[in-house]
Design a protein around this ligand. Structure first.
Ligand SMILES: [Zn+2]
Length: 484
């Protein structure tokens, strides 16, 4: 058995003692609390509190080169941006690979195990394609592999220096010229809109339907002003009008929002990524994290410009910034800050039938860009279906908490997988009655026969036919039928 014996661990939203984590085939296969270290001498003992690996939802790996340089003098986001452009202008695929590998390694050391890389440094310094058009993207992929961090590469569209104006200076390295050219180079996969500044409205449709989809949103008041002047809408209002908000979209920063923006982001179940250490370094302002969470947004954090690489400082920042803004304490619990395990997916085409929910859920899983080994589907109206039950079912499929792999059963009758007909059930009753030497009965529930009848499918007659054929159509038959 390969595994870890954890003195304390964060499991299902709480701290448990002496947790044994077993590993097989490169995956965690079982998590069992209250296993004394002495009982598992071959497991590696880890003292202190162990947390699951955390996701860094927003990163620009090359900004790491700015640390210690841009903090020296006065300025604003816009003067910082000039210094950032200076670094962006000088990187080659090779130096980018080296810089990104160091940045990703720093993330792994700090506790991040996944990173969403918001990648817009696509082209050569003169704006032309590299010989291999995605050489810079490949450099990031190599770097992530070197650092052993899971990478979600968000290929970012950046076409304009501001609301339709052509790219200026180093921005030519970011721009593909048009939304169509971006789509052709980027290909399929996770994507990003740099901002409503950098992708004109009539190009946004190239990003519609891409997921996961990330976008910088309302980080600066100037962006809001420009968007209102250009389109008469706030950035959130524009993205909504273009069908780009929703549970597969993550907006980054969401700092300067109107009440309507918050309502729009919450009601569409749009995810929000806050980057407190970068937002404070750049003097951006404080995003309304608690109000967004209350409105229905799922929150995540990212180290963004890497002025600080520390997931706990980002999470702490969510709470502390709220305290400074509201002069009140205690906005988020530790469990709220650490639990990113639930993602709400809305089946927009729910009226198509129950299969729509299944399709939406599975599509969202596919959008994670990960290898998902198995899926548990359950109904929502099952109050006794607690997390432990789900863990047992998953354990039965792949080996895990409380069940051995392969113990999961499928309904079968007479060697055939599937649900038996009523006729077959009655045959089984006769066999079981003979085997046990007494009459075995069955309780049958007829679901909404009036509805079936309205479709021209009268259930009563076939049911009675089956009962007659099996001589169970009498009061001592031990067959009861219930219905509404
Ligand atoms: Zn960013």
């Amino acid at each position: 058995m390969t595994g870890y014996s954890l003195q304390r661990a964060w499991v299902d939203g709480t701290v448990l003692d002496d947790v044994l984590v077993e590993v097989a085939g490169g995956r965690f296969t079982r998590v069992t609390p209250d296993v004394a270290a002495a009982d598992v001498p071959r497991a590696t003992r880890l003292d202190g509190l162990t947390l699951p690996g955390l996701a860094n939802a927003h990163s620009h790996a090359f900004h790491r080169a700015l640390r210690g340089r841009t903090q020296r003098q006065r300025g604003t986001f816009w003067t910082w941006r000039e210094q950032m452009y200076d670094v962006a202008g000088r990187l080659t695929p090779d130096s980018y690979r080296e810089l990104a590998a160091a940045t990703f390694r720093e993330m792994v050391v700090a506790g991040y195990t996944s990173v969403g890389e918001f990648h817009y440094l696509h082209h050569q310094p003169d704006g032309t394609l590299h010989e291999e058009p995605n050489a810079m993207r490949d450099a990031l992929r190599d770097a992530a592999e070197t650092a052993s961090i899971r990478l979600v590469l968000l290929d970012t569209a950046y076409l304009s220096s501001g609301f339709g104006a052509p790219p200026e200076g180093v921005q030519v390295r970011y721009s593909d010229g048009s939304g169509a050219a971006w789509a052709a180079r980027a290909g399929a996969g996770p994507a990003a809109i740099h901002s409503v500044r950098a992708v004109p409205r009539d190009e946004l449709h190239h990003l519609r339907g891409r997921h996961p989809l990330h976008v910088h949103l309302s980080e600066q008041v100037a962006e809001n002003d420009g968007c209102l002047a250009a389109y008469g809408l706030t950035p959130a209002g524009l993205l909504h009008a273009e069908g780009l908000l929703g549970p597969r979209t993550t907006v980054v920063h969401a700092t300067h929002l109107t009440d309507d923006d918050i309502e729009l982001l919450g009601s569409t179940r749009t995810n929000v990524c806050l980057t407190p250490t970068t937002e404070r370094d750049l003097a951006d302002g404080i995003g309304p994290a608690r109000r967004l969470a209350d409105a229905g947004c799922r929150l995540s954090v990212g180290s963004d410009s890497h002025a600080v690489v520390d997931p706990f400082e980002e999470l702490r920042g969510l709470e502390m910034h709220e305290r400074l803004a509201t002069r009140a304490r205690g906005h988020f619990t530790a469990a709220e800050l650490l639990d990113g395990s639930v993602q709400v997916v809305v089946a927009e085409d729910w009226a198509e039938g129950m299969g729509a929910s299944l399709r939406a859920g599975l599509a969202a899983l596919a959008g994670l860009g990960e290898d998902v080994p198995s899926v548990v589907v359950s109904l929502v109206d099952l109050p006794d279906l607690v997390p432990q039950v789900v863990a047992r079912v998953v354990g039965g499929a792949v080996g895990g908490a409380g069940a051995a792999a392969g113990s999961l059963a499928r309904a079968a009758y007479d060697g055939v997988l599937g649900v038996p007909t009523f006729d077959e059930v009655l045959t089984m009753l006769a066999e079981e009655s003979a085997r046990h030497g007494r009459s075995v009965g069955v309780l049958v529930e007829l679901k909404d026969p009036a509805h079936s009848a309205s479709l021209g499918l009268d259930l009563a007659e076939p049911l009675l036919d089956d009962l007659r054929r099996h001589r169970r159509d009498h009061s001592r038959s031990r067959v009861s039928v219930m219905s509404v």
